[in-house]
Write a protein that binds this ligand. Structure first.
Ligand code: 5RP
Length: 251
């Protein structure tokens, strides 16, 4: 008798349109295979365009294992992904200890420090990274740098209370940031507002300064009105990068 696998065991068919998409998928699938283990029951799901491949691979692990799991999102996008995949949704206030969180990044340095917040989600992302026993970054090859600020020129995302943004902008200039800007929405009709109701400032720093990202992180966090900084220092246990030739780099 020919056995047909249960539908949930068949990996979803995906049309890979570009090398970048293929490298994101490669990183995400490998990270899930290596770090989302059958005994893990609380899983953090990050934000960005690489994360859908994370969810896709988790779904491919099958309904049986996923039935006993709860998934914690870092924002609106990942919440929608979790719900659309028929996975159980939870929140970090119910589950302050997470087995593993997998998230994307805008840039990762040789010591696994990362710039995050390209999607304005870095406050929740940092909470989920901190709550996780294991925090894993997944990204395409463009994010793999020796030092932060090499490829990612948009700057360090800084989430600020709306009332304080002008003062924080000024203080970032005093700190040595080169032309920090308030992040505007697509039509430039108004500022981007985070899931927490705050504004985002993008603060570029010279690569030389970002060789010590912890120092910059501490200085920015001291500024009154700053809610969270998109510098993730010494938080990740590993980073998975898909390469343009289809290979994988794991650090
Ligand atoms: C959102 C983030 C994202 O993880 C980061 O921007 C990477 O996104 P992508 O996977 O689309 O490159 O930090 O705040």
């Amino acid at each position: 008798v020919k056995q047909t696998p249960a539908p949930e065991l068949i990996p979803p068919v995906l049309v890979v349109t570009t090398e970048i998409e293929a490298s994101k998928q490669q990183a995400a699938w490998s990270a899930v295979d290596g770090h989302v283990l059958p005994h893990h029951t609380v899983i953090g799901i990050g934000s960005g365009s690489t994360v859908p491949y994370v969810v896709e691979r988790i779904v491919a692990q099958g309904a049986e294992v996923n039935r006993s799991r709860v998934f914690i999102p870092t924002g609106f996008q990942s919440k929608e992904l979790i719900v659309a995949a028929n996975l159980r949704l939870g929140d970090v206030d119910q589950y302050p200890i997470i087995d593993v969180t997998i998230d994307g990044a805008d840039e990762v340095d040789k010591d696994l420090n990362a710039i995050k917040g390209g999607g304005a989600c870095h406050l929740r992302e940092k909470v989920l990274a901190e709550a996780a026993n294991t925090f894993i970054i997944v990204a395409d090859y463009r994010k793999n740098s020796e030092y932060l600020g090499t490829n990612w020129k948009a700057g360090v995302p800084v989430e600020v209370a709306p009332f304080a943004y002008a003062k924080v902008l000024q203080n970032l200039v005093f700190m040595g940031s080169q032309k920090p800007t308030l992040r505007m929405g697509k039509a430039k009709a108004g500022p981007v507002v985070s899931d927490n109701g705050n504004f985002i400032i993008d603060a570029p720093f010279p690569t030389e300064d970002l060789k010590d990202p912890l120092k910059i992180l501490k200085l920015i966090k001291m500024l009154t009105g700053v809610v969270e900084v998109g510098l993730f220092c010494h938080m990740a246990q590993a980073a998975y990068f898909g390469n343009v030739d289809g290979s994988l780099t794991v650090r």
